[in-house]
Design a protein around this ligand. Structure first.
Ligand code: NDP
Ligand code: GDR
Length: 370
């Protein structure tokens, strides 16, 4: 049985990767942070009672900013594979917490690699580093591929640039099997609520059900190459199963504006949304509604711009060239953007329909006692 250690196991990718590795028969260990609230929602369905026999998912408390803790976990687990997915992963938040982001995302990667080296595991333990299309930042070449020069545009991306190169350096200096997956944006119903895709699908579901009045957005012109997290964790695993350690771009090769993502999401609840005006005065207005169960009305203004979501430096255009992954890893995504949007909107409509039902029923029950 192979043993994998996942940092960031409680995140979107951690959850999908855990599911994949458990299906492949791995014993999965994960590092979670101590939190005042439960933070394992995304993996609870995979977790067994530790008192039961045959456990193959083990969680450890830890943090990428704590080297002794990482050394101790890696020594205990002796993993065949480490997937370093843990990070302060929100680009806009990184402008407000640049030093912490550098520590967790940049130095955190060094701590993992150094722990493997210090423990004498360089020939046993393979390391996957969650690198990002944000490294490309200011457009140098389109589509972006493994050889495209980097030009990071946020404290997050600069921290990830260090992580990228320290991974390459440990591979070259110590002969480690250490690789970067340069993953373009990938989303799912498990996506964090403040990333643009999930913010949109949640808002569309709530607007459709009459639980929200408006969606406030930042830069609608930004273009992203969006895929499904389920497809992307498969690529992570494949990257660690090759004869030679190498770095790979994982992308769909298709780019779409944030504005179009909004239109596609509203279409899923039977509403056609049109954009008028420019800059901060741009608005999204419902033109027609075909769904009978929607509270949306033609003429309703559903999208406004709020400049506080603009970033000090923006990444305008990302579109990846996945040729190397397709040919060398035989990786092919199963989802396209329409299928991803459909799944995300449907999941959020189901989520908020339940919440609304409970709320409405709760008020009725409460009223009986008033
Ligand atoms: P999430 O934000 O959903 O998950 C991040 C995970 O990292 C969470 O489990 C979080 O824990 C954990 N974490 C945060 N800070 C620390 C820390 N100091 N020590 C230990 N763990 C920490 O991100 P995703 O799952 O979307 O992304 C996974 C990785 O891939 C990240 O490194 C991200 O930067 C990178 N990436 C993501 C892309 C995407 O489109 N999703 C694209 C390219 C790269 P907690 O739950 O406690 O907050
Ligand atoms: P990104 O993802 O910065 O690409 O990083 P995000 O979904 O946050 O933004 C994508 C684009 O949408 C624009 N945008 C908004 N973004 C947010 N969050 N909220 C808004 O209201 C809004 N309005 C417009 C942004 O300006 C941006 O251009 C994600 C993260 O998962 C990183 O960890 C990962 O490395 C990269 O993807 C690849």
């Amino acid at each position: 049985m192979k043993t994998a250690l996942i940092t960031g196991i409680t995140g979107q990718d951690g959850a999908y990767l855990t599911e994949l590795l458990l299906k492949k028969g791995y014993h999965v260990h994960g590092i979670k942070r101590r939190s005042s609230l439960f933070n394992t929602d995304r993996i609870d369905h995979l977790y067994q009672d530790p008192h039961e026999s045959g456990i193959n998912l083990t969680l450890h408390y830890g943090d990428l900013t704590d080297a002794t803790n990482l050394i101790s976990i890696i020594q205990q687990v002796q993993p065949d594979e480490i997937y370093n997915l843990g990070a302060m992963s929100h680009v806009q938040v990184s402008f407000e917490t640049p030093e912490y982001t550098a520590n967790a995302d940049g130095l955190g990667t060094l701590r993992i690699l150094e722990a493997v080296r210090l423990l004498g595991l360089t020939q046993k333990t393979k390391v996957y580093q969650a690198s990002t299309s944000e490294l490309y930042g200011l457009v140098q070449e389109v589509p972006q591929r493994e050889t495209t020069p980097f030009y990071p545009r946020s404290p997050y991306a600069v921290a990830k640039l260090y992580a990228y190169w320290i991974t390459v350096n440990y591979r070259e200096a110590y002969g480690m099997y250490a690789c970067n997956g340069i993953l373009f944006n990938h989303e799912s119903p498990l996506r964090g609520e403040t990333f643009v895709s999930r913010k949109i699908t949640r808002a569309v579901a709530k607007l459709h059900l009459g639980m929200q009045d408006k969606l406030f957005m930042g830069n609608l012109d930004a273009k992203r190459d969006w895929g499904h997290a389920k497809d992307y964790v498969e690529a992570m695993w494949r990257i660690l199963q090759q004869d030679k350690p190498e770095d790979y771009v994982i992308a769909t090769g298709i780019t779409t504006t944030v504005r179009e993502f909004i239109r596609m999401s509203f279409a899923e609840v039977g509403a056609e949304v049109e954009f008028t005006g420019e800059g901060v005065h741009e608005k999204g207005i419902v033109r027609s509604v075909t769904a009978k169960d929607s509270v949306l009305q033609p003429g309703q203004e559903v999208v406004n711009i709020d400049p506080r979501y603009f970033r000090p430096t923006e990444v305008d255009l990302l579109v990846g060239d996945p040729t190397k992954a397709q040919t060398q890893l035989d990786w092919q995504p199963q989802y396209d953007l329409p299928a991803l949007v459909k799944e995300m909107v449907a999941a959020d409509v189901a989520l908020f329909r339940r919440e609304k039902l409970l709320k409405d029923a709760g008020y009725k029950v409460l009223n009986q006692f008033e």
